[in-house]
Design a binder for this molecule. Structure first.
Ligand SMILES: [Mg+2]
Length: 239
């Protein structure tokens, strides 16, 4: 069973103090708990936390670390749900915050992996901020955990291949330049096919609705010379 987790915490370079934890299971179950034991006055001295995280935990029930540990252990029970596979996004600190609920690393529940997988590594150079996904409340642990699951589902799920042309990096000018020289995608396709030794490109789509969003760019393909000395790099990515 896959679990997508996120924690909010206060870290000062020495201690990682768990504030809240959210976990979304592959089967749709959700867990969200706020700790009653984090050092709140100290956390309030962190302006970023005070602004971005603490407002989310002011209301609602709080739980001791032992209660959270028991709930997480139950939620991710290997006996009930199969071997856990945990995923975070930039997961290192989340993982430590989670593990320390149980004590030392060796105190992790039986049947748990002793590592957390990281969506950041899974998606490589993809820019997640460009995905058609966003946490409804960024830095709310459950909202972020939901976002993590959506990211995983999106990245690993069936995708439609697109071809897109980019000039001089990433920007709107790309499209203006592109359509200036190749008014239609059919023109681009033809030019690319010529350049690409006749290999046809089959998945062209008009992407004007996607301008400004630049998901995964999979290294691929060729550069196309343009009048005026510019060049278009044709890359392939998935939406
Ligand atoms: Mg978060």
């Amino acid at each position: 069973m896959k679990y997508f987790l996120d924690t909010e915490f206060h870290e000062d370079g020495w201690v990682i103090d768990l504030i809240s934890i959210g976990i979304v299971a592959e089967d749709g179950r959700e867990l969200y708990m706020v700790s009653s034991e984090f050092d709140e006055p100290y956390a309030r001295t962190n302006d970023w936390l005070a602004k971005n995280v603490l407002p989310y935990v002011q209301d609602g029930e709080r739980f001791t670390r032992a209660e959270i540990a028991a709930a997480v252990k139950h939620f991710c029970s290997p006996e009930r749900y199969g071997e856990p596979e945990l995923w975070g996004f930039y997961a290192d600190y989340d993982w430590v915050a989670l593990c320390q609920l149980f004590g030392k690393m060796k105190d992790l529940p039986t049947g748990w992996p002793m590592f957390c997988r990281d969506l950041r590594q899974l998606i490589g150079n993809t820019r997640p901020s460009d995905f058609p996904l966003s946490a409804e409340k960024e830095h709310h642990a459950l909202a972020d955990a939901r976002w993590n699951k959506r990211l995983y589902d999106w990245y690993t799920g069936p995708k439609e291949a697109y071809e897109v042309a980019v000039i001089d990096g990433f920007g709107r000018a790309v499209w203006h330049n592109l359509f200036k020289h190749f008014p239609t995608f059919e023109d681009v396709r033809r030019a690319l096919a010529d350049h690409n030794h006749g290999r046809s490109i089959t998945a062209w789509k008009m992407l004007k609705c996607r301008v400004g969003m630049w998901p995964t760019v999979v290294p691929y393909s060729c550069r196309l010379g343009l009048p005026g000395g510019n060049a278009v790099t044709i890359t392939k990515f998935y939406l």
